[in-house]
Design a protein around this ligand. Structure first.
Ligand SMILES: Nc1ncnc2c1ncn2[C@@H]1O[C@H](COP(=O)(O)OP(=O)(O)OP(=O)(O)O)[C@@H](O)[C@H]1O
Ligand SMILES: [Mg+2]
Length: 392
């Protein structure tokens, strides 16, 4: 019997399809219920824990004829003009006639657009104003980014009114709005603008997702920030060990593989530490090792090989992380090593302030997670990176 692809059974490079999520039923249901109730949500969690997967699964359930979806990912966008264009395209793509003609129209000149999609674009302009051309003509938004972004931010409400629908706007990697390069402009001004538009958009409900929890909290929580109290926070905790056990057992079984519970627990608890992407990567690499060995019984030796291959697969990423940490200064690197080795971060340090600063710097770039309880241990968000540094 031909073997199934390890990458399909255990994907690690993109968000997971709704039907293939392990666990997360409660998170998805909670998000759907809140949005159905018109409550804005801010989904936060460490990197690569499944935020986008959960949000997309929720959007899939929210998609009905009487609800439009507008999804953009700030990570992919270079600045205000790109954001304006992405919002406009995503908003009008909810209309089926537009969805059919838009990809072709965007590859044509202004004149050809009129010929090829004349009726559709005339209707769009009549309903939504002539600025909707930013969705049809790539690069037009570049000519006046501020004007077009102001227009695009108001578009979801406008389309909601014209088409008589509710709109859900999903902005992924929202922390990019406050990222160090300020490529979307001054974060304070931008969030003020966003809030004032959204307050004026009674038919629009938002989901914001972001990786770097404290940045997200800084954007939404402090009183002086425009988004203060704008949305309820939804923290994505780890996927439960029981869900991992059931999910991974089932995945291995799809390829006729058997894994004994005690071996599975080593993979989940010790190597993947229930971190979504790391656990999946070790499982994927274990499966690759099993296929290479031509076996379907997953032994501890295969799981160990899976771990080693997962570490090699991520080695470029680990090396880049080391460079990044080193660039934060020598205290940051020494502190990172102590956290990785589960040593007391302040042990034997003469100036504790330098350690606190280093911990905060590591937290701010999303590498280590603040303990849930005050006295709890700081941990590497990505257990494979922690393992790499512990071996330094
Ligand atoms: N529920 C899940 N079941 C199985 N694997 C998952 C699940 N959620 C996340 N993963 C794993 O984590 C990877 C990243 O998922 P996703 O892109 O949704 O996370 P994210 O938190 O949005 O990541 P980022 O911080 O990069 O935005 C997936 O490719 C998959 O390997
Ligand atoms: Mg994501």
């Amino acid at each position: 019997m031909a073997r199934l692809l390890s990458r399909s059974l255990f994907p690690t490079d993109q968000p997971v399809e709704a039907a293939r999520l392990i666990g997360r039923d409660g998170d998805v249901a909670q998000l759907v219920n809140q949005v159905v109730g018109g409550a804005n949500r801010v989904v936060v969690g460490p990197r690569r824990t499944g935020k986008t997967s959960v949000c997309r699964a929720a959007l899939g359930r929210l998609k009905t004829r009487s609800r439009y979806l507008v999804a953009v990912d700030l990570f992919d966008l270079a600045g205000p003009a790109a954001l304006a264009e992405a919002l406009a395209v995503a908003t009008i793509s909810n209309r089926s006639a537009v969805r059919r003609t838009l990809p072709k129209a965007r590859s044509l000149s202004r004149h050809a657009v009129q010929l090829a999609s004349g009726a559709v674009s005339a209707r769009l302009k009549a309903d939504l104003g002539t600025d909707i051309e930013i969705a049809l003509l790539p690069d037009l938004a570049q000519r006046d980014p501020e004007r077009y972004l102001a227009y695009a931010l108001r578009l979801p409400e406008k389309v909601a009114e014209v088409d008589g629908v509710e709109v859900v706007v999903f902005i992924d990697e929202f922390q990019e709005l406050a990222a160090g390069d300020h490529r979307f402009g001054d974060p304070d001004l931008r969030t003020k603008q966003l809030r004032s538009v959204l307050q004026d958009s009674p038919h629009v409900t938002c989901i914001f997702a972001g990786s770097i929890e404290h940045l997200m909290r800084d954007l939404f929580a402090p009183r002086h920030r425009a988004l203060h109290n704008f949305g309820g926070f939804q923290h994505l905790g780890p996927i439960s060990v029981d869900d991992w056990r059931a999910g991974l057992t089932e995945r291995f079984a799809e390829d006729g593989c058997h894994i004994a519970p005690e071996i599975l627990d080593v993979l989940i608890d010790e190597y993947g530490r229930s971190h979504a992407r790391s656990t999946m990567l070790v499982a994927q690499q274990t499966h690759i090792a099993a296929v290479a060995a031509g076996v379907r019984t997953i032994t501890l030796a295969l799981v160990l090989e899976g771990l080693q291959n997962a570490m090699s697969a991520d080695s470029a990423h680990h090396q880049a992380a080391v460079d990044r940490i080193r660039s934060l200064g020598k205290h940051a690197f020494a502190t990172a090593l102590r956290v990785a080795r589960h040593e007391a971060p302040y042990g034997g340090v003469t100036d504790p302030k330098t350690v606190t600063r280093a911990m905060h710097a590591l937290r701010d770039i999303g590498y280590i997670d603040e303990p849930a309880e005050r006295a709890g241990p700081w941990r590497f968000a990505d257990p494979l990176l922690g393992r790499y540094l512990a071996g330094f």
